[in-house]
Write a protein that binds this ligand. Structure first.
Ligand code: FES
Length: 103
């Protein structure tokens, strides 16, 4: 169901990247909203079944994602607590280390 309130406007969308795909999101939204909009899948359990977010308030960690930092390292964060920022690079799976980092 799409609900639009009269007189309510949204800021212009910004671009972020989720699992390598460009995604348009609105400032003020959380990363959890962005992930839900594109995949509804945050991670897999040990049996390979998809898991979604649960609490939406930073308690359960079911919404864990990885966000690239300015220095190129990845930081593990709870998506339901993090507001989107232009240019964010987000992954729903743990980033693989660069081959040179494994030697
Ligand atoms: S959904 Fe529970 S910590 Fe984000």
């Amino acid at each position: 169901m799409k609900r639009i309130e009269a007189g309510v406007t949204r800021p212009a969308p910004i671009a972020i990247t989720i699992d390598g795909a460009a995604v348009q999101v609105h400032p003020g939204e959380t990363l959890a909203v962005a992930v839900l909009a594109v995949s509804r899948r945050f991670r897999d359990d040990r049996a390979g079944q998809a898991r979604g977010m649960f609490c939406n308030m930073g308690t359960c960690s079911e919404c864990t994602v990885w966000v690239a930092r300015d220095d190129g390292a990845w930081r593990r964060l709870r998506a339901c607590l993090i507001p989107v920022e232009p240019g964010m690079q987000v992954r729903t799976r743990p980033p693989q280390p660069a081959p040179e980092a494994m030697t």
